[in-house]
Design a protein around this ligand. Structure first.
Ligand code: AMP
Length: 366
């Protein structure tokens, strides 16, 4: 794994008056570039040749410099990394960046300074480690089953490496589990032999709150002494299964699919904000204990609320999530922190700007 010292050495040669905010043109990049521009930063987009004109078609969100690649993994090439470093590039990792370049490649081979703590890639990317993190935080999590034979109620089966919920399925007994697995093989969705986890299926309403943890600002919540935690927005993913009612009175099999297709805005009953902030604070504290300095900047908790159980946290995304794209000019929560429109993309840029002013950029980079 590339050491933090090595990256900080590279960062120490940067011209801090000419930092450029860089990411792959996908996922939440328009919001990231838009926010960076509002904060006065130069921007670089890394785009596939065919995508370039589309990303250049947004006058207020297109990056000033475009670097074309044939394949996103080209960013790992030595010359490409050197080019980025010569531009004083700070990478903002988003979901597609991590997916296309590969968490392991980033940890082992990518020497360009990144906003945030790279160790989160290691802790978030593996379901077992992520589980350990959630357990360490002491928030409510779905029960895990170690074998299909233990299934004694509704479960959701998550195939290892399944992207965005595709190939997940539900079962309520060992025999139903086997039947569904067979069906997925027959339909060519899986090959067989994949690893999976079996998790308690949590009924309830899903909320995906977006947080930003600032290590530069004064603490604002009880028990959280190392930074200020902001709730900057909230969404819910729109998954194929969410429209299952459209096939009624029949349930059409193709609707039983958890693939994300988009995101919709949501707010939570106000008193529940307390529960969500408390859970987020616990997750941040656990991150600090497990992989110091822990979380830096944006993260999201995937939660399900039910009156009998309260909030269950079933996943952590330790970076900017695509649901923040709903709020390029701020969310129903951001005005309680900022007088100006504050998207997550802009918040990231604001933090970098502030760190430069304070001479503390190295605290936010790995
Ligand atoms: P994930 O890949 O963990 O983000 O899950 C994708 C989708 O599957 C989520 O957005 C939920 O709709 C659903 N899901 C995941 N885990 C659970 C669970 N334990 N109970 C109910 N639904 C879940």
């Amino acid at each position: 794994m590339i050491s933090r010292e090595e990256l900080l050495r590279i960062l120490s040669r940067y011209d801090e008056r000419d930092i450029k905010i860089v990411t792959i043109c996908s996922h939440s990049s328009l919001q990231i570039f838009h926010g960076a521009r509002l904060e006065g930063f130069g921007t670089i987009g890394i785009a596939l040749r065919g995508n370039r004109p589309y990303y250049e078609s947004f006058p207020r969100a297109s990056p000033e410099i475009m670097l074309e690649v044939e394949n996103y993994k080209d960013v790992l090439r030595k010359e490409f990394q050197e080019k980025l470093i010569s531009e004083n590039a700070l990478i903002i990792p988003h979901g597609s960046f991590v997916e296309y370049v590969g968490a392991e490649n980033i940890l082992e081979r990518f020497r360009v300074p990144m906003f945030g703590n790279r160790l989160t890639l290691y802790w978030e990317g593996d379901r077992e480690r992520q589980r350990k993190w959630i357990m360490e935080a002491g928030v409510r999590a779905p029960r895990r089953y170690s074998s299909p034979d233990e299934i004694d109620g509704p479960v959701i089966v998550k195939l290892h490496g399944a992207k965005g919920g595709r190939g997940y399925f539900r079962a309520s007994s060992p025999s139903e589990f086997r039947r569904r697995l067979e069906e997925l093989k027959l339909r060519g969705i899986i090959r067989g032999g994949e690893e999976y986890v079996i998790e308690e299926f949590i009924p309830g309403v899903r909320f995906y709150p977006h947080f930003f943890l600032s290590l530069l600002e004064a603490p604002n919540l009880p028990g959280l002494e190392h930074g200020r935690l902001e709730l900057l927005g909230m969404d819910r993913r729109l998954e194929i299964i969410d429209e299952v009612y459209r096939g009624l009175p029949e349930i059409i099999e193709d609707y039983l699919d958890y693939t994300v297709a988009g995101n919709i805005p949501v707010i939570v009953r106000e008193k529940f904000i307390v529960d969500l902030l408390e859970a987020a604070a616990r997750i941040s504290l656990a991150a600090r204990r497990l992989f110091s300095p822990g979380l830096i900047g944006p993260f999201c908790l995937e939660t399900i609320y039910h009156p009998r159980r309260g909030f269950t946290v079933f996943e952590i995304s330790a970076r900017i999530v695509a649901g923040t794209n709903l709020y390029p000019m701020g969310s129903p929560y951001s005005p309680y922190y900022y007088d100006e429109p504050m998207s997550m993309g802009r918040r990231i840029a604001r933090e970098i700007k502030r760190a430069i002013e304070l001479g503390r950029l190295s605290d936010l980079i790995y």
